[in-house]
Each structure stands twice: as C-alpha cells, then as structure tokens.
Write a protein that binds this ligand. Sequence first.
Ligand SMILES: Nc1ncnc2c1ncn2[C@@H]1O[C@H](COP(=O)(O)OP(=O)(O)OP(=O)(O)O)[C@@H](O)[C@H]1O
Ligand SMILES: [Mg+2]
Length: 377
Amino acid sequence: MSSLTNGTNGASNGSASHFDENAIRIALAAVQDPDIGQTLGALGAIHNVEIEGATIKAYLLLHAPLHFAAERINAACREAVKRVAANARIEIFVQEKMPERPQNRPLANVKHLIAIASGKGGVGKSTIAANLAAALARKGATVGLIDADIHGPSVPTMFDLEEEELRGTKNEQGQFIGHPMEKYGVKLVSMGFVMARDQAAIMRGPMQAGYLNTFIEQIEWGALDYLLFDLPPGTGDIQLTMAQRVPLTGAVIVTTPQNLALADVRRGISMFNRVNIPTLGVIENMSYYALPDGSRDYIFGQGGGEKIAKEMNAPFLGELPLNVNVRKGGDDGMPVVLNDHAPLQQRAIMELAEKLAAEVRRRSALGQQTPTVQIAI
Ligand SMILES: Nc1ncnc2c1ncn2[C@@H]1O[C@H](COP(=O)(O)OP(=O)(O)OP(=O)(O)O)[C@@H](O)[C@H]1O
Ligand SMILES: [Mg+2]
C-alpha cells in the first residue's frame, strides 16, 4: 500500500516517458462510477497519476463502501488506461471518501448505520437483517448487527447463539462495557444475550428504549463499515430513540407484496420521513413460491414492493422469494446466504446487499461536502 502524495508531477524519474499523462488523466476522468452515475472526473475522484518507467500509478478517491464496487471500477479504469497506454503496467490505488460523522459521539467509528424496518410484523425484517449482515461480512466488510427487537429477539436463534450471555469489562469510570458476540464475521448484540425472553417481553416502552441506548453507547463496537439495526414492527419508542440517538444513514424497508402489508409499510416510511431519515430502499420478501415445474405461485400477490417503492420515491432493492432454505437458515442458526447448497437464495441476497451498498454510495456522493480520508486498500 502506498499513501497519497500531493502534487501532479507525473514522470517523476525525469526521463521522457512514452506515456502521455494527460491522455491517461482524460481516459480515467471519463470512466463512469457505476453506482453514482457520474464520471470519475465529475466526482473529483482522480487524485493523482504518476508515471514511473513502464508503470502507471493512478490514485483514486472513491465514495465508501467499496466492497462491491472496487472490482468493477478497477476493471473499468484498467481498460480505459490500456486504451491510451497499451503496454503499461497499471497500478490503481484507492482511498475511501468517508461519510461525515460527528466525533466524540457513540458510534463515531461506524461508517454506515442502517435500520432494517417495516411498519408490519412478520414480514421478514429479522431474516433480511441477518442475511444482509452475513452477506456484507462475506464480501469483506466489517459488520455489526443490533437486535433492537427487545420484546422478541431473533438474533440468538438466527445465529445459533441461544446459550450465550453478554460479557464485558468495566472501564476506568467503573461503567460496564459489553463485548459483542461474533459469528460468521458479524458482531452481534441482542436482548436475548442479556435476559430471558419472557422477562424481556414484559418491559415497558421507555425501558426498551433504555436498553437500546445501552446497546449503542455501552458496547465496544470498534470500527465498522456497517452497523445494522433489526427493528421491531411498528412505530413506537424504539424507532423514536433510533431517530434521536443514532445518526442513521437510512432505513431499509421490508415488505411482503400483499396490500395489508403495504398500508403498514407506508406508515413506517412516513415515520422515517417525518424524522428526516431517508429510505435507502424497499425489499420485497416472500415475493412468490417457485413450484417444482418452474412456475411461480404469487401467494401474497404480485408487484407490491415495487409499487410502494415507486410511490414513496425510494429505490427498489429487489425481492426474496419464499423458500424453505430461508426459513431453515433462520431456525438452524446459519443465514441462508452462507449456505452453498442454496445457490439461488444466496445469489438473491448477495444482490440485495450489492444494491444496498450501491445506494449507500450514491447517497454519500449526493450528500458529500468536505471529505475526510482514510486508507482503504
Ligand atoms: N423468504 C422467506 N422464505 C421462507 N420463510 C421466510 C422468508 N422470510 C422470512 N421467513 C420466515 O418467516 C418468519 C418471520 O420472519 P422474521 O422473523 O424474519 O420476520 P420479522 O419481520 O422480523 O418478524 P417480527 O415483526 O416478529 O420481528 C420466520 O419464521 C422466517 O424464518
Ligand atoms: Mg423480527
């Protein structure tokens, strides 16, 4: 890894290079960022180009998160440079443009905070949250998942950690600092690690919100690319606490296609709108059931997710059909995206994660003012 250097002095060895630095810069500037829909030139992404003998080094500044985008941008840049410098050895260095975060606040080292929500119960929020977290970790991101469903925690079952208890240490001020559990590369905290289900179920709203604060402020999350929040259904205290305490990048809204779900989902999206939390996208779960003959049974109706995304002016991230492997993954404690014997479901969820990452990048590009920089690759 090489760090960024300032200045635009290209042929640093002083000898006349047969590569045209200006042509290389122009070629790179014309490359499209696939997620943001603008050229690297327009995005100010080309920090420097250096020519050292037969080697061309391009230094790029790109919006995070890059786990899915890096390969594609890298390939497009190489192709562009090759066209104007056929036999060059090409090295591309990337640094991430970081989203702005208020410092000295909890979660200051977490790049993207995303709530997985829906106005409606039982639509698959927890299933989607667990699978997105595992999918992002599988792609190399550092990921945490807060099970904010304090009444009915799902994370212990979905990650096969039912016997686990939250452990921690006291800091210098004598305050308890909890260590998240870790499974499949995902850092996890759940009410299920703190108290038994039947005890949790009788907690009142303000107490629940208090626990969520503890999960945010008194857990040693460290540096994360993503922290996902698996929210309970509805629009109560927990959702309000989220809006007030957590600098959310946005919310992912999960729905099933049926009209009954859509009405609740609309209410959910409106609540996030009211507190200025953007909707990063809509995921339609249980979209259909694939029959053995290849036809589809649209058990809950058809097209509801796309319809509501359009109506709410939010991106449609995709769908996950009803499938026994998805349900089993939840019950057996291994998200289906990690199950190589379920390639269709695996692909569907990886695509949802990729679309989500793309939308986070797009939003961060739209909202970016003065980037701070951290080395990524
Ligand atoms: N695509 C799917 N295919 C098959 N089963 C699914 C699918 N999605 C979710 N399920 C199953 O449906 C049930 C409800 O899912 P889940 O617990 O994720 O919903 P939820 O929205 O989090 O519910 P709650 O509102 O209670 O928190 C679970 O048993 C889960 O395994
Ligand atoms: Mg749930």
